[in-house]
Design a protein around this ligand. Structure first.
Ligand SMILES: Cc1ncc(COP(=O)(O)O)c(C=O)c1O
Length: 460
């Protein structure tokens, strides 16, 4: 006898046999009666077949592959939750070991760091921001000063989560405009103009989601007379910089850096969802043990190698590349040593070159990913009929966003490819060929008055 609360096939064999004719519930309200677990599985399984292939989704920073042993470990522990488990449970012990490995990777003074797993950087930024706010409030109270008008300073290239923090926790957001001349990231000299005694902290981004650049903020950029703490948003760069640029100063070795966040599901190479489930904490530790420092370094070197391959091919063909990880530093030459290039995360941001735009003024950059038509403000995706649409990247199953630049730079459109561990050199070569063919069909296509390319903000 089965004790499972899930209906099995014998209880509801009719529904199961007829599963082809069973309509997928509309999800508007809870169905009155259940269906067999096999049928429910099959219905949802069939629907998931329409999902895009994560490997070809180059919009996303989210890691989508782990080795078989990690998958097994996750399945063995998927029913366990970390929250609520007692403080000596395995999950808690392994969680704390993960934190201490991160603390040493980010150069925290030994034994001094505290930390926690979260679902991602978004909630970690809320915690880091709240700590900044509390610290500021306490100091103001102790000094007998008013503590009702806190503000936080960060660049206009910031990911949405930073703005969410300021709105959710009533902290005035002081957005430092970024400029093309500073690679679309915050310039510390500009940031200082926004700081005053009510500034709870400055948030520095290690790996801009627009162009992949690191914001550079060392102790030399101290606002005069004020000791403003720094939170580092290392959502992406927190798992690239330590392996590739060990001598770069960005972490707890800068005394004013008080907190750092990263996303396990990005370059720490676990699936999305770290936080509540014990299984994901085990999966993170699995990677730490399985890859070690050297393994993470090798993967990051490969990602950067492929990102450079793509960048160079784009610069040779119709595009200007806005990211910098392929730019050789003075006195160095092109090789596979990441120290020979400007630092950053493996991300390639690019746009059609000015020469291309002068020669083909009808060509719209957004059409490289997919042909959009705006009709009564409703976006229709054209996938049939036009010769161009057959060759567009989306049709070839690549997903590459065409982003608006940050804030005052929103006139600039940028295509963005995140080069992750799942992207091989072969796949990169195919991507290059597809981008070039698509661009060449755009050159031949006629402009249409209705054509337009909607832009979207950066994604996770
Ligand atoms: C710089 C930066 N900060 C924060 C986030 C949010 O991260 P998460 O998806 O882990 O919440 C992202 C996501 O891409 C990011 O790139």
């Amino acid at each position: 006898m089965s004790l499972s609360p899930h209906m099995d096939i014998s209880q509801n064999s009719k529904a199961d046999q007829n599963h082809n004719s069973t309509a997928v519930p509309e999800y508007e309200s809870l169905p009155q009666f259940g269906i067999a677990s096999t049928t429910a599985y099959q219905l949802l399984h069939d629907e998931t077949q329409l999902d895009t292939d994560p490997t070809l989704n180059l919009t996303s920073f989210i890691h989508s592959w782990m080795p078989e042993e990690a998958n097994r470990l996750i399945m063995e522990n998927i029913h366990k939750s970390q929250i609520g488990s007692n403080e000596h449970s395995n999950a808690t012990i392994i969680h704390n070991r993960c934190i201490s490995m991160l603390a040493s990777l980010w150069k925290a003074p030994s034994g001094k760091a505290i930390g926690t797993s979260t679902a991602g950087s978004t909630d970690a930024i809320m915690l880091g921001g709240l700590a900044l706010k509390k610290r500021w409030q306490e100091a103001r109270k102790a000094a007998g000063k008013e503590y009702y008008h806190p503000n936080v300073v960060f660049g206009s290239n910031a990911q949405l989560s930073l703005d969410q923090f300021s709105r959710h926790f009533d902290v005035e957001c002081r957005l430092v405009p970024v400029k093309a001349s500073n690679n679309y990231v915050m310039d510390p000299k500009d940031a200082i103009q926004f700081v005053d005694e009510n500034t709870i902290g400055i948030i520095v981004i290690l790996g801009s989601s627009f162009t992949g650049h690191f914001e550079n903020w060392t102790n030399s950029n101290k606002p005069p007379g004020l000791d403003i703490p720094i939170h580092v948003d290392g959502a992406t760069g927190g798992f690239i910089a330590p392996f590739i640029y060990p001598s770069l100063k960005w972490g707890f070795d800068i005394p004013r850096v008080v907190s750092i966040n990263t996303s396990g599901h990005k370059f720490a190479l676990v699936y999305a969802g770290l936080g509540w489930p014990a299984s994901h904490i085990y999966a993170q530790m699995f990677n730490f043990l399985n890859l070690g420092f050297d393994g993470y370094r090798k993967i990051a070197i490969k990602d950067l190698h492929n990102a450079r391959l793509l960048s160079r091919a784009l610069e040779e063909n119709y595009f200007k590349v806005l990211s910098s990880i392929h730019r050789v530093l003075p006195g160095r030459h092109e090789d596979d040593d990441p120290d020979s290039y400007e630092p950053g995360i493996p991300l390639v941001a690019f746009k059609l070159s000015d020469e291309f735009k002068d020669k083909y003024p009808h060509a719209e950059q957004g059409q490289i990913q997919v042909n959009f038509i705006l009709y009564n403000n409703i976006v229709l995706i054209v996938t049939l009929m036009t010769p161009l649409s057959k060759s567009m990247l989306r049709k070839k199953r690549w997903i590459i966003p065409n982003l608006k630049g940050p804030d005052r730079e929103s006139e600039t459109e940028m295509l963005r490819v995140v080069v992750r561990g799942t992207q091989s050199e072969d796949l990169t070569q195919r991507l290059i060929a597809d981008i070039i063919t698509t661009t060449e069909s755009l050159m031949q296509a006629q402009s249409t008055d209705q054509s337009s390319s909607p832009n979207i903000g950066p994604e996770n």
